[in-house]
Design a protein around this ligand. Structure first.
Ligand SMILES: C[S@@+](CC[C@H](N)C(=O)[O-])C[C@H]1O[C@@H](n2cnc3c(N)ncnc32)[C@H](O)[C@@H]1O
Length: 293
C-alpha cells in the first residue's frame, strides 16, 4: 500500500462535537501514552512475544491504537506484518503516522480514523491478529464490539485483549511526608470517577470473550515493578499521570490533599515529584489470547 495519512471512515465519521472533544482529551493523553511505551517497552515486548500466533500474521489490526505503542511493538515482533491502526482521534493517528515515517515503517502502517462504537465499521480487511490494548473498556457496548471483532478476524485468527489496572503507582506509601497515603487516596477517588464514567473498566474479559464465541487459549497477568533508581522518563511519566489524575479527582479530594498534590505537581517546587529519588513504577497488565474457532 502507499504512504497514507490517516484515512477517515466517512460513512461512520463521529459527530463533530464528539470528535473535537475526543481530540482535546487526546492532546493530554498522547504524552502519557508515549511515556507508557518508553517506560514499559520491555513488558509490552514480553506480551507480543507470548502471543500464541504460530506462523507470523501478515495482517494485524490495532483497535484504539492511540499513538502506536502496540502498533510499533507488533511491527517489531512480526517483521512481515502490516498493521491497520484504528482510532477515533485524528491527532493520535497523525502522531503515530509521523513516528512510522521517521522509523521508515510508513509502508507497513495504515491508519484509519473510525469510531468503533459505530454499528458498522469501515473495511478493515481480514486480519489474522487483532490487538486491543487499554481500549476495550472505552467501548460503549463492548459485547457488540467483541462480536464485530469476531466477525472481522480470519477464521483461526487471534484476538489479544490487554487491559490495565488503572494508572500506575509511583510514590512510596508513606509519601509525601505531610500527607502520607496521598496517592492511594487519589486512586480511590479515581476508581469512583471511573465507576461512574468508564463502567466497563475491570470487566471480566475472559467471560465476555467466551460468551461471544471465542476460545480463550491463554491469559496472563504481567506485574510491573521498576526502580528505584529511576530514569527521567519515569519522572515525566509520574508527573503526567498524576496531572491527569488530578484533572479527574480534584473536586473530590480534601483541600489538604489537593494542596499536597499541587506541590508534587509544581515542577518549580523543592517538593516536586521530579525531585524525588524514591519513585517506582508499579502496575499490572492483564492479557487474554482468544481464538476465533
Ligand atoms: C488508553 S488509550 C490506549 C492506546 C493504545 N492502545 C495504547 O496501548 O497505548 C485508548 C485509546 O482508545 C481510543 N478510543 C476510545 N474509544 C474509541 C472508539 N469508540 N473508537 C476508536 N477509538 C477509541 C482512544 O482515542 C485512545 O487512543
Amino acid at each position: 500500500m502507499t504512504h497514507t495519512p490517516p484515512r477517515a471512515s466517512h460513512d461512520h465519521e463521529p459527530h463533530a462535537a464528539h470528535q473535537h472533544g475526543a481530540d482535546h482529551d487526546a492532546d493530554g493523553q498522547a504524552e502519557i501514552l508515549d511515556l507508557d511505551a518508553e517506560v514499559l517497552a520491555e513488558h509490552i515486548a514480553s506480551i507480543t512475544a507470548w502471543l500464541p500466533v504460530g506462523a507470523g500474521p501478515r495482517h494485524i489490526v490495532d483497535l484504539g491504537c492511540g499513538t502506536g505503542t502496540g502498533t510499533f511493538a507488533l511491527l517489531e515482533r512480526f517483521p512481515h506484518a502490516e498493521v491497520t491502526a484504528v482510532d477515533t482521534s485524528t491527532s493520535h493517528l497523525h502522531r503515530l503516522f509521523e513516528k512510522a515515517t521517521k522509523l521508515g515503517l510508513a509502508d507497513r502502517v495504515h491508519p484509519v480514523q473510525a469510531d468503533l462504537d459505530a454499528t458498522t465499521w469501515p473495511d478493515l480487511g481480514t486480519p489474522e491478529l487483532v490487538w486491543a490494548s487499554a481500549s476495550m473498556h472505552h467501548m460503549a457496548d463492548p459485547d457488540r464490539t467483541l462480536r464485530q471483532v469476531h466477525d472481522t478476524l480470519a477464521p483461526g485468527g487471534l484476538f489479544a485483549v490487554v487491559e490495565l489496572a488503572g494508572f500506575p503507582r509511583f510514590l512510596p506509601e508513606d509519601a509525601p511526608e505531610d500527607r502520607p497515603g496521598l496517592e492511594e487516596r487519589c486512586h480511590a477517588a479515581l476508581d469512583r470517577h471511573h465507576a461512574e464514567h468508564v463502567p466497563h473498566r475491570g470487566a471480566d474479559w475472559g467471560y465476555k470473550l467466551t460468551a461471544t464465541g471465542f476460545t480463550v487459549e491463554a491469559e496472563r497477568t504481567i506485574t510491573v515493578h521498576i526502580g528505584p533508581p529511576h530514569t527521567d522518563a519515569v519522572g515525566r511519566y509520574a508527573l503526567n499521570s498524576l496531572r491527569r489524575m488530578r484533572s479527574r479527582v480534584a473536586r473530590t479530594l480534601t483541600a489538604e490533599d489537593l494542596t499536597a498534590l499541587d506541590r508534587l505537581l509544581d515542577t518549580d517546587s523543592p517538593h516536586s515529584i521530579l525531585r524525588r529519588g524514591d519513585l517506582t513504577v508499579r502496575t499490572e497488565r492483564m492479557v487474554w489470547a482468544a481464538r476465533r474457532t
